[in-house]
Write a protein that binds this ligand. Structure first.
Ligand SMILES: Nc1nc2c(ncn2[C@@H]2O[C@H](COP(=O)(O)OP(=O)(O)OP(=O)(O)O)[C@@H](O)[C@H]2O)c(=O)[nH]1
Ligand SMILES: [Zn+2]
Length: 202
């Protein structure tokens, strides 16, 4: 594990092995049995395989290096903030493996006019969201990678999400939204600059 690219004990680098779909199939059949279902019945017999393929998809970020999302860079005469708002994302809470989903607002202040493609900011969000996550870490990982890869003068990330583990089970508070913010550089150090960007995000 490369510690420079580790935030809160999780590596951003891809694991060396592919997803073990056979293991997932066996585990899902066992869960179905354990809750008193018949994994062989017509409606369920293909479910372990479907779930295995689904996990490959929703955890595909584990097999990506998020830095690659920002490989496209070019120069434009622009020395003000760039904000992409309302990027939808879907992630999975690492405590319950239930979805949390919402929108990300991504802002950065380019350094020396070096920018990346707008779609690449959404790709960066995807690469970190499609993993078992907590919202705080997700927000911080996006901020750190953007700051480091683009040598941005400032980065501000805001994420708003609904956590199904809080709405469909447990405390059951539908409509509750969790908002997390991560700021770097100038947006961490200068409150007035941060507030300008927060205004743009609202
Ligand atoms: N900080 C943070 N907490 C989260 C996130 N997703 C889920 N959680 C919380 O993780 C906690 C896990 O608490 P535990 O007491 O270990 O698990 P639990 O008994 O299922 O908890 P309840 O959800 O309260 O029933 C819960 O409070 C969840 O709301 C997240 O992204 N960030
Ligand atoms: Zn949860």
């Amino acid at each position: 594990m490369d510690s420079e690219w580790t935030t809160m004990s999780t590596s951003i680098l891809p694991p060396p092995t592919p997803v073990d779909q056979e293991k997932i199939r066996q585990a899902v059949a066992m869960i179905l049995e354990a809750v008193g279902e018949d994994p062989e019945r017509e409606g369920l017999k293909d479910t372990p395989d479907r779930v295995a393929r689904m996990y490959v998809e929703i955890f595909s970020g584990l097999r990506q290096d998020p830095r690659e999302a920002l490989a496209t860079r070019f120069h434009v005469d622009h020395d003000e903030v760039v904000v992409v708002k309302n990027i939808p994302f879907y992630s999975a809470c690492e405590h319950h493996l239930l979805p949390f989903y919402g929108v990300a607002h991504v802002a950065y202040l380019p350094s020396g006019g070096e920018v990346t493609g707008l779609s690449k900011l959404a790709r960066l969000v995807e690469a970190y969201a499609r993993r078992p996550q907590v919202q705080e870490r997700l927000t911080n990982q996006i901020a750190d990678t953007l700051e480091q890869e683009l040598a941005a003068q400032g980065v501000l990330i805001m994420m708003e999400a609904e956590h199904l583990c809080m709405t469909m089970r447990g405390i059951q508070k539908p409509g509750s939204r969790t908002v997390t913010v991560a700021s770097r550089g100038i947006y961490r150090d200068q409150a007035d600059r941060r507030n300008e960007v927060l205004q743009l995000m609202r």
